[in-house]
Design a protein around this ligand. Sequence first.
Ligand code: GLP
Length: 239
Amino acid sequence: MVSIFNTYEELSDFAARQIVSTVQQNPTAVLCLAAGDTPHLTYQKVVALANENNINFLDVIFIGLDEWIGIEPATEGSCYHFLNEIIFTPLSINKEHIFFFNGMATDLVKECKQIDAIINAIGTINLVLVGIGINGHIGFNEPGTDPQSNAHVVTLDAVTTKIGQKYFKEEKSLTQGISLGIAQIMASDKVLLIANGIKKADIIRKTMKENISNAVPASFLRNHPNGIILLDKEAASEL
Ligand code: GLP
């Protein structure tokens, strides 16, 4: 399903309300939220809505979607740092409820297995929110990804490593990422994909109009029974 909003603000408001109502209905909900520029306003609105309506996130569980390998969690620009600043700290999330990839782990395979085991133990992720890379990636599931994959280490696309510099104050060596797999995203109860701006229009057209395949990993979401693609007018302008 696709929903098109007049503005980024309206899109963000809708996405925020989806997250908050998930927690309102289920205070022990399991959420998996992307980092990135796109959901920035969504998360600010989640915090504001939670505070205004006294919605308690203390028992919510957070699963990390992805992380840059070789970047410390405390470094500004890491996915963990972003989410910690914008949502975990403002909502006073219990650190024991946050299961996030450590991009500095010496044993990355073990890191993947740990997250897989946590998801298996929990059962189901109730809500996943992803952005989309201009190459069609979701999380760090790059073009060519195996749709059956669980958590895995990824060699990043050249376009991802180039654009990824925008999150960091100083230039970083970004060659690999660690990510939940398409199978885990697809097994979640609900998936929201959010995209805004003209720079996402071309990949949104490919996501929605071309064949569903790993050439554009986001296209798999069209097969999700509860997958919603939320777009502003610019991102939807080539549909
Ligand atoms: C990044 C992340 C994704 C994110 C996407 C879009 O590289 N790995 O999780 O959703 O690219 O980012 P942005 O919202 O900044 O355009």
